[in-house]
Design a protein around this ligand. Structure first.
Ligand code: URA
Length: 205
């Protein structure tokens, strides 16, 4: 269990374009799908397989298929951006949701929750920005009650503060991200970051 910072030239190229304030909403969507594909290719790397036999047009042969269901849980609303690339790789994944928002004291309020069964399953929480770690903390704590096989947090960018907090409090959780930025500012935005991810993705600037 660990922090996985994914080093990939295309991911870096796409991240730089995501950071650019001039990037349009339409471009943003395409870039999220591209970086998401790289993220989930890595994040799904350790899924367990089981043996099977498959009949090709020529003969029978041994093959491998995924051993168990996978659960994807986007944190609304920004996490929605990572759902499409995850489902492109794993279209049979089961999907649940947390709708989380900050309340007055910068703590997390859950305004929507729809969780499928997660016991003994590999669960992937989707949230592009791991900033303070408040949302990650809430989601992980809730999911731990149901004893999943693994909990994995998938983000595009992380702040050192949030990454450290989640690693310290949940040492068994895997974090997958493309980059760890410098710091949080006084408004808890990641710096240099890419601004308000949800607003840029949903066109609500
Ligand atoms: N959420 C965002 O959208 N941007 C940040 O920088 C931090 C949290």
């Amino acid at each position: 269990m660990a922090l996985h910072i994914i080093n990939h030239p295309i991911a870096e190229h796409v991240l730089t374009n995501l950071r650019d304030r001039k990037t349009t909403q339409a471009e943003y969507h395409t870039l999220c799908r591209r970086i998401g594909t790289i993220l989930f290719t890595k994040a799904f790397e350790n899924l367990a397989l089981e043996s099977t036999t498959v009949t090709t047009p020529l003969c029978n042969c041994e093959g491998k298929i995924l051993a168990s269901d996978v659960v994807l849980i986007p944190i609304l609303r920004a996490g929605f951006a990572l759902l499409t690339p995850a489902l492109e790789l794993l279209p049979d994944a089961i999907v649940g949701y947390f709708g989380l928002q900050r309340n007055g004291e910068a703590k997390v309020e859950c305004y929507y929750q729809k969780l499928p069964p997660v016991t003994d399953m590999d669960v992937f929480i989707l949230d592009p920005m791991l900033a303070t770690g408040n949302s990650a903390h809430f989601a992980i704590r809730m999911l731990q009650n149901f004893q999943p096989k693994s909990i994995n947090f998938v983000s595009i960018l992380g702040a050192p503060e949030g990454i450290r907090r989640i690693m310290d409090e949940f040492p068994l959780v895997n974090i997958f991200t493309i980059a760890m930025d410098k710091e949080l500012n006084e408004k808890n935005f990641i710096v240099p970051g890419l601004g308000d991810f949800g607003d840029r993705f949903h066109g609500t600037l």
